[in-house]
Design a protein around this ligand. Structure first.
Ligand code: C2E
Ligand code: CA
Ligand code: CA
Ligand code: CA
Length: 277
């Protein structure tokens, strides 16, 4: 039993070693990923629950690594955030998304995830402005998804930046609501246009009365504050039924559509065709 502790420690150390080496490789490869055209955007529809219409799409970054194949964003985004590469990558995502969306026949909204480091860059509002001008996308079609973790780093700067972005006409969604450093005061302090309930709560609404209670409470807060609420990660008809009964505004999840190449949504991005059905 005495040697157990040491054995466990060594095993752990070895695993960490692989992780560190892996991280370094990812970090290095991320630096050249844009130039090598390894990134692509996937789009996931966001639907209104009352009319069942698609209101817009969330942009999700996809990285096809030449040796590893698809690397999930849950793995490489944190590495990009720690190394600072997210600044450059985030700018690429924003420009690419605005460029692609500006070409859609149907002027649906496009939601882009913004990391803390991007938001706290003093040039961020200017960058968003330039990209909107360059791509010709109407500011009202761009929604920026921001987590509370990104806001609390520097409250005053975050507030100033969100106000500047709002002045441009861009919309702001609070992402992953209910996880991390959630605080109701943030809903009051920052000028949000939408609340996104994290998928982890939706996954549990059927089996877990506590999760259902929390979702109902968030929907109540949204109604009270006149902020539309979107539920993430909706996978089943039962979950959709629950959200419909509770008057949730929008849903996003595999049930409505998986993240995919925008070409797969042609019928949605072409006004004439979608009007016919
Ligand atoms: P997120 O912002 O919470 O995005 C939603 C995640 O849930 C996406 O994972 C999406 O594919 C997944 N998802 C959607 N519907 C369902 C469902 O019905 N069931 C389940 N189980 N999952 C669903 P993905 O694409 O792997 O992205 C993971 C995270 O990576 C995102 O979480 C976001 O935080 C980050 N991310 C992705 N793209 C970007 C980006 O361009 N910039 C930044 N800063 N972060 C990004
Ligand atoms: Ca998001
Ligand atoms: Ca989430
Ligand atoms: Ca997130």
């Amino acid at each position: 039993a005495k040697t157990d502790g040491r054995g466990v420690y060594r095993f752990f150390e070895a695993e960490m070693g692989i992780e560190v080496r892996d991280r370094r490789m990812l970090e290095r490869d991320l630096r050249s990923a844009i130039a090598r055209h390894e990134f692509e955007l996937a789009y996931q529809p966001q639907a209104r629950l009352d009319t069942r219409e698609i209101a817009g799409f969330e942009v999700l970054l996809r990285w096809r690594h030449p040796q590893r194949g698809q690397v999930p964003p849950g793995l490489f985004i944190p590495v990009a955030e720690e190394s600072g590469a997210i600044q450059h990558i985030g700018e690429w995502v924003l420009r690419q998304a605005c460029q692609e969306a500006s070409g859609w026949t149907n002027p649906l909204s496009v939601a882009v995830n913004v990391s803390a480091m991007q938001l706290h860059n003093p040039q961020f509002t200017q960058l968003v402005h330039e990209i909107l001008v360059q791509t010709g996308l109407k500011p009202g079609r761009l929604e920026l998804e921001i987590t509370e973790t990104a806001l609390i780093r520097d409250f005053n700067r975050a507030l100033a930046t969100l106000r500047q972005l709002k002045a441009l006409g861009v919309r702001i969604a609070m992402d992953d609501f209910g996880t991390g450093y959630s605080s109701l005061s943030n809903l009051r302090a920052f000028p949000f246009d939408k609340i996104k309930i994290d998928g982890s709560f939706i996954k549990s609404v059927q089996a877990n009365e506590q999760a259902a209670t929390i979702v109902r409470a968030v929907l109540g807060i949204g109604r009270g504050l006149k902020l539309p609420v979107l539920a993430e990660g909706v996978e089943t008809r039962e979950e959709l039924g629950f959200l419909g009964a509770e008057l949730c505004d929008q849903v996003q999840g595999y049930l409505v559509g998986r993240p995919a190449d925008i070409a797969g949504f042609r019928y949605l991005t072409h006004a004439a065709e979608s009007a016919r059905d």
